[in-house]
Design a protein around this ligand. Structure first.
Ligand SMILES: Cc1cc2nc3c(=O)[nH]c(=O)nc-3n(C[C@H](O)[C@H](O)[C@H](O)COP(=O)(O)O)c2cc1C
Length: 189
């Protein structure tokens, strides 16, 4: 067995997670919040979960609107992603500061970040208090992908160059190293 350290820093990100920027309408216009706690949780219907502290400015409007945009960034947007995670919409207009643009989604009419390669419009179905964070469970009603990153109906992350987050650091996702199902193919050889 490897020598294991019993790690007590349990509050930090202990494995790489997707980093996303959620957009939500407010009376002052669309606001943005960066989240490390998010993920796809069900296939049919397609359900995502985002965990947001009640103290966040965005939290109030997630409750009011019960819908949001989920925006998936690429490595070139690390500055803006970080910025949306360290300043509050209470104090600044993040879209204006970053010179990003938004478009309105087809079904739910939520604001989505034009500059990001992948966006989804999400309808909140349930909110669960987990302790420090509230988990918003939402059904994905529509997904938008920049055509330049589509390859045979799959998103080519080698081209789109995604972002992940771990150890208080942003990491690039751009190397495809192994196909799913490839192990079986190799065993058959
Ligand atoms: C990488 C990163 C990940 C974050 N993940 C979360 C998260 O999962 N949930 C949360 O409530 N806040 C998270 N935050 C903090 C919020 O993004 C931050 O407090 C933000 O300023 C809130 O914006 P708002 O006040 O405009 O809503 C994260 C920040 C960063 C930089």
């Amino acid at each position: 067995m490897q020598e294991k350290h019993f790690w007590s820093d349990y509050k930090s990100t202990f494995f790489p997670v997707p980093v996303v920027v959620v957009s939500v309408d407010t009376p002052k216009g669309p606001n943005l919040i960066t989240l490390g706690w998010s993920g796809v949780l069900n296939s049919e219907p397609l359900i995502v979960g985002i965990s947001v502290r009640p103290s966040r400015y965005s939290n109030e409007f997630l409750h009011k609107e019960m819908k949001f945009g989920l925006n998936i960034p690429q490595e070139s947007q690390a500055f803006g992603v970080d910025y949306c995670g360290v300043v509050s919409g209470r104090d600044v207009d993040k879209f204006a500061e970053l010179k990003w643009h938004h478009f309105s989604s087809n079904i739910l009419r939520v604001p989505l970040i034009d500059e990001f390669p992948v966006n989804a419009e999400c309808l909140v179905k349930n909110v669960i208090n987990l302790g420090t964070h509230e988990l918003f469970l939402a059904e994905v009603k529509g997904i938008y992908v920049d055509k330049q990153y589509l390859d045979q109906n799959r998103i080519d992350w080698a081209k789109a160059k995604g972002l992940t987050y771990a150890s208080k650091t942003y990491w690039s996702v751009k190397d495809a190293i192994y196909k799913s199902g490839q192990s079986l193919q190799e065993l058959k050889k």
